[in-house]
Design a protein around this ligand. Sequence first.
Ligand code: SAM
Ligand code: SF4
Length: 332
Amino acid sequence: MTALADAFGRRHTTLRLGLTERCNLRCVYCMPAQGVPLTPTRAMLATDEIEAVARALVGAGVDKVRLTGGEPLVRKDAVEVAERLGRLGLRSLAMTTNGLLLEDRLPALRAAGLTDLTVSLDTLRADRFHRVTRRDGLGTVLGALAAALEAGYAIDGPRSLKVNVVALRGVNEDEAADFAALSVREPVEVRFIEVMPFDGNGWDRAALVPMAETRAAIEAVHGPLVPRDDGPHATARTFNRPGWRGRVGFVASMTAPFCAGCNRLRVTADGALKVCLFGAREVSLRDALRAGATDADVVALVRRALAGKARAHAGMDVLAATGNRPMITIGG
Ligand code: SAM
Ligand code: SF4
C-alpha cells in the first residue's frame, strides 16, 4: 500500500465525513439565512456506502475519521455509523457536534469507540446563543459537555475533548478570557476559530477576529500563554499555562493558513470528495460506488483528485469571491 500523497508530498491520513446536511441549529456563519435546498435522501450516502468509502480509504492509510455535517447526530443512524467505523481499526474516531443531541447518545458512541469529541459552542451567554444559532439550547450544550467530562473525555487521555468557538467580531470577542477560564478549570482544549467565507454566509472581513487579537485578550486576563509542540499536521496552535487543567488553541485558517501540513480529505453527505475545504472541485464517490466501484477504484479516484490538489488556498479575499458550497453542506 502506498500512501495517499499529493504532488507536494502531503500524505492524507484523515477523513472528514459529512453524515447529513441537516441541522437543528442555524448558525449565522454556517447556514444561509434562507436555509439550503436539501438534497433528496436517495442522493445521500447510505450507511453501507459510508462504510465502503471509509473502508477503502483505511486500506490506503487513513487512520483517523471525523464524523461531521450538518449536525451528525441529526442523522438517525449516526450511532450505527460510529459502530461500523469503530470496527475498522482506526487510530482515532472523532465527531464534531453542536452537542444538542449528544448527552443521550454519548454512552453508545463511547462504546462504539469514539475517541475524539469536539463540541461547538460560541458563547457562554444564553441571549447570545440565540443570536448566533437562531435557536435556544445553551443549557443543553453545557449539560452535554459536563456529561462528556463525566464519561472520561479529556485532553491527553485515551478520549479527547475539545470545544470549538468561532470568534465573531461584535458578538463574542469579549468572551475569549471566559472561555479560557474553562480551560483553566477543566481538561478541555478550547479552540478559537477564525470565521471563514462560504457561500451564503455573508462573510465580511470585518467579522474576522484574528488569532493574535484573541490571544492578546486571553493574555490580558490570564497572563502569557506558553506554546506547545503541535506537530506538523495540526490545524490549531495550542497553548497553556502552568496550573491549567486544559489548554487553548487557535485555528487561524485565514491569517496563518496551515495548508503546508494538510493531511485531510473530505467526503460530503452526498458522497462528494473534496481534497480541499476551499476547493470547489469535487468527485462523486457515490456515483462511482453505485456504478460498481471496488475499494481499489475508490482509492484510484481519490489519488487522481489528490494529484490536482493545490499547494495552498487562495487567501481569504479571493475565497470570499469564489463559489463553494455553504459550510453546512461541506462538513467542517
Ligand atoms: N454541527 C456540528 C457542529 O456545529 O459542531 C458539525 C458541523 S460544523 C459545520 C463543524 C464546525 O465548523 C463547527 O465547529 C463550526 O463552528 C465550524 N464552522 C462552521 N462554519 C464556519 C465558518 N464559516 N468559519 C469557521 N468555522 C465554521
Ligand atoms: Fe449546524 Fe454546526 Fe452549522 Fe451550526 S455550525 S448550523 S450547528 S452544522
